[in-house]
Design a protein around this ligand. Structure first.
Ligand code: SDX
Length: 403
């Protein structure tokens, strides 16, 4: 392996693609979707409008937006392709396990999406039919993301699945499928509906994070997009990544109260504990999303009431931000530090929080997957090398002669 060099563990400082989708400046704390600052999109756009922007590269016209939204909702609001599947889970299955497997299962349902069955150039030859097939899978996966998540939630409660009425927003339809218990006049709370839309928008993409890299690594073999998204969902599940929002709440509950924060900080500095929700591979000053989440939390708490854990979270945040140990390591709150408090205040169960990260992130995964399918020169399978440091050549020893 002449000239091969192991990049530091974890792909540190390794770029594997050129992308036009999302720009991050870790030193300046900047995040832009196709050049638009995340702060402007959070204020003026919606999750589905930003989804169109991320996937197709420009803000949609009114007509394009209406078509996209209609198709996403049309493909999303059905259960026939997943009802029996969800009934097979144990009552206490982790919803991320259910979601991950449900995405893979969908691939078996939609054979039109499978290059192994329809031909390797299904997505890469860029003609009208190929683009239309790709769009249909994109609509369906974004639409189904909320439906599958709601089904996982209802399975855990032993409740029937509900089909939302036409005309609700993306997050309104999601909340309806989660919370509807048969009331005639059920309407999602508009403040929570909007807050969830902002949270979905800022979680939609984050360039080559672990889960997006997993989607591209998997998709590079020309597998169907449902299997590639399932792989990304599995990666996001981990507590170092999308599972951190659940880990933050477990951490805050274990700390118990602001008085216990100093002792917890000392335990982190002794490396006995991890401060979940802090630190980031790219952001070395601040995660711009954390400010948007913090502001959204105040709006939600006006409706739901403040969460008792907020005091502990604020005490922990303030203590860490002025402690040399964290300052020296450039550790600041990331998107996960405050988001769990909102989801908890909205009444979601703790192990459902990573699902609320995965649902919107399907957009970013699909944007990068589509970019890879349409890249000049076609798709190259991702196959990195290694530097071999194992044993040299040796002869086989029969078991009776082994020590
Ligand atoms: C997400 O990549 C993305 O973009 C991800 C994401 C996205 O939108 O897709 O932004 C979403 O995953 C956000 C991160 C959520 N994860 C957590 O909050 C888990 C807690 N954070 C850490 O596990 C850690 O900060 C990572 C995993 C986020 C980043 O790890 P790195 O870049 O590999 O950094 P590192 O482990 O090399 O840490 C550098 C130093 C080390 O100290 P030294 O060994 O040099 O003395 O900082 C320390 C680490 O021990 N450190 C922490 C810490 N994070 C890093 N110490 C205490 N608590 C922490 N949270």
């Amino acid at each position: 392996e002449k000239g091969l060099r192991v990049q530091d563990k974890g792909f540190l400082n390794t770029a594997v693609i050129r992308s036009e989708i999302t720009y991050i400046d870790g030193e300046a704390g900047v995040l832009r979707y196709r050049g638009y600052p995340i702060e402007q999109l959070a204020l003026h756009s919606s999750h589905l409008e930003s989804a169109y922007l991320l996937i197709y590269g420009s803000l949609p016209t009114r007509e394009q937006h209406l078509h996209f939204e209609t198709e996403v909702m049309r493909h999303g609001n059905m259960h026939v392709d997943s009802e029996e599947f969800f009934r097979s889970f144990r009552y206490d299955a982790h919803p991320m396990s259910m979601l991950t497997s449900a995405f893979a299962m969908l691939g078996s349902f939609y054979s039109e999406a499978n290059p192994s069955l329809q031909g390797q150039k299904l997505y890469t030859n860029g003609d009208k039919e190929s683009l239309a097939t790709m769009d249909r899978q994109i609509y369906r996966l974004i639409g189904k993301a909320t439906t599958l998540a709601a089904m996982a939630y209802r399975v855990r409660q032993g409740r029937e699945f509900v089909t939302p009425p036409v005309g609700l927003s993306y997050t309104g339809s999601f909340l309806y499928q989660m919370d509807h218990l048969g009331e005639e006049d059920y309407k999602p709370n508009p403040v929570l509906e909007k807050a969830l839309d902002v949270l979905f928008l800022i979680h939609a993409d984050h360039e080559l994070n672990a889960s997006c890299t997993t989607v591209l690594q998997t998709g590079s073999s020309l597998v169907d997009p449902y299997s590639a998204i399932a792989a990304g969902c599995a990666s996001l599940y981990g507590p170092l990544h999308g599972g951190a929002n659940e880990a933050v709440i477990r951490m805050l509950v274990s700390i118990g109260s602001p008085e216990n924060v100093p002792a917890f900080i000392e335990a982190v500095k002794r490396r006995e504990k991890t401060l979940s929700g802090f630190g980031h591979r790219v952001y070395k000053t601040s995660d711009p999303r954390s400010f948007i989440v913090r502001k959204t939390a105040d709006e939600v708490f006006k409706v739901t009431g403040r969460d008792a854990l907020l005091e502990t979270a604020m005490a922990l945040h303030d203590a860490a931000m002025k402690d040399e140990y964290f300052i020296k390591r450039k550790l600041a709150p990331n998107v996960d530090f405050w988001s769990g408090l909102i989801y908890r205040a909205m009444g979601f169960p703790m192990d459902f929080f990573p699902v609320l990260f995965a649902v919107p992130r399907v957009v970013g995964w699909l944007a990068h997957w589509r970019q890879m399918m349409l890249q000049d020169g076609g798709v190259k399978i991702w196959r990195p090398r290694q530097v071999y440091v194992g044993a040299g050549k040796r002869e086989y020893v029969p078991i009776e002669k082994r020590g």
